[in-house]
Every structure is written in structure tokens, then in C-alpha cells.
Design a protein around this ligand. Structure first.
Ligand code: FE2
Length: 255
């Protein structure tokens, strides 16, 4: 297995009792252990942030409390962690200072587009502009979950030109039905990072290792390394070039 043994998860709902992810420290502990067993050594905690439900300060306070409940386990498992948020795109964000919701000390912010209505938000671009004006690099969460992105490359192309980068969920890579479309996106350079988006051992477990192994077998070890390096670059706050093309799989040495 050539997949790197040092993995980074930049999207998960592992902190206890703060969103629809892990309910309690036992469940959080099981997910952290699963991350460790899969070779993950760095984790960005990204609980959901809904601007119509809680203030930024209130969220940060709750998130810190949840982190402190898991601090002992994090140290025991020798994990390096940082705090972020999965910020739901909604009108309430307009005019807010969103810098406190960045991923750790990095310029990146995990931005979740709405999907319940299935329609693309007309004010989406306004919020992306606002983030960029605040020096924030939007990282779009699980683009694999939206028909309006999967069926509309021109939207992704447009946002990529603005400097945005895109994440896909590991379980979509593992899925037999969803993975072909994801691999097409990867081939065209629209997937910069994978994330587990883990919620619970049952509902959405950590699938990073098996996802990267599948990427390696279908798309080549260069693609698996590209995704792994980019996840670590996000964690470290280093530049991820939205236009850097992942290496193509070698076929009989022709490429
Ligand atoms: Fe999520």
C-alpha cells in the first residue's frame, strides 16, 4: 500500500455535542481512534456553523468547550489538531466578519453551499466576494453533493478562477455509484482535497484510507499523493494552487 501513512483530515464533525456529528465523548473517541488507525495524524475540526442560530462568539465558545472534553484523548493518540468550521452559506453571512471562522490560523474557510432546495443561491457569489475581500480563501465543502456543481462545470470553473478550491467527501470516492463522476472531476483538476466529513461510526465513518487507496488504483499514485499533500497544505496554511493539474496515471509508460 503506497498511500501515505501520514494523512490529514480537514473536514469532520468529531467534536462532541456541538452539531449533528458525534453525540458524546465516547463517539468522538471512537472516531478519533478510527482516524488514527487509518494513518491520520492531523485533524481540522469543522463543526457546522449556522449564522441564523448562533453568534460567532457563541460558536467559538461552544467549540472550545467541546475541544476541551476531548483534549486528553487527542494527546493520548498523539494527534495534531486545529479548529475550524463548516460555514453554511446563507444570507445572514452578508456583512459579517468571517475571519474568526477560518481553519486554524490559515487563510482557508470551509464553505458549505445549501443543498436542501437543490437550487443554486443567487447571492452565493456575493458571499464568495466578501470572503475574498476579507483575505479568506474559500474551500468549498463536498462539491460532490450538489447537482448544480456536478452538472455545471462552468460554475466551478468560475469560482476556481476567483481562487476557490474544492473538497470532495471520501465516502463519495468509496461509493460505486458516485465515484465515476468524482473521478471525472479529479481528472479535470476540480478536486483539490478529500475530507472524511465523518459524523459518527455508523452514519458517516472515517473512510479516508480506503478512499485514497481507491484513488491510487483508479487514478494513480500521483493523484493520491496530490490530494494528500494538498490536505496537509490546507492544514499548514500553505498555498494550494487552484489550477495545479494533478499528475495523470501512467499507461504503459506513454504519459
Ligand atoms: Fe460536513
Amino acid at each position: 500500500m503506497a498511500v501515505s501513512k501520514v494523512l490529514t483530515d480537514i473536514h469532520c464533525h468529531i467534536l462532541p455535542g456541538i452539531d449533528d456529528g458525534a453525540k458524546d465523548p465516547d463517539m468522538s473517541g471512537a472516531l478519533l481512534l478510527s482516524e488514527k488507525q487509518q494513518g491520520v495524524s492531523k485533524i481540522l475540526f469543522t463543526p457546522h456553523y449556522y449564522a441564523d442560530e448562533i453568534s460567532v462568539d457563541g460558536f467559538i465558545h461552544r467549540r472550545q468547550d467541546a475541544l476541551e472534553r476531548m483534549q486528553g484523548t487527542i494527546e493520548r493518540l498523539e494527534l495534531k489538531t486545529a479548529l475550524g468550521a463548516e460555514v453554511r452559506m446563507q444570507e445572514e453571512l452578508i456583512g459579517m466578519d468571517l475571519r474568526p471562522l477560518r481553519m486554524g490560523d490559515t487563510p482557508y474557510l470551509l464553505l458549505e453551499f445549501p443543498f436542501l432546495s437543490g437550487t443554486y443561491p443567487l447571492w452565493g457569489e456575493m458571499i464568495v466576494d466578501q470572503l475574498l475581500d476579507q483575505g479568506i480563501r474559500p474551500l468549498f465543502a463536498h462539491i460532490d453533493r450538489y447537482d448544480y456543481f456536478m452538472n455545471g462545470r462552468e460554475r466551478l470553473e468560475h469560482f476556481r478562477e476567483m481562487g476557490c478550491i474544492f473538497q470532495v467527501n471520501a465516502d463519495s470516492v468509496v461509493s460505486r455509484h458516485r465515484s465515476p463522476a468524482v473521478f471525472e472531476l479529479m481528472k479535470d483538476g476540480f478536486v483539490h482535497v478529500l475530507g472524511s466529513d465523518a459524523h459518527s461510526p455508523e452514519k458517516r465513518p472515517v473512510h479516508l484510507k480506503s478512499a485514497l487507496e481507491k484513488v491510487e488504483s483508479k487514478m494513480g499514485s500521483g493523484m493520491a499523493a496530490f490530494l494528500t499533500e494538498n490536505a496537509d497544505a490546507v492544514f499548514q496554511g500553505e498555498e494550494v494552487d487552484p489550477f495545479r493539474k494533478p499528475p495523470r496515471k501512467k499507461i504503459l509508460g506513454l504519459f
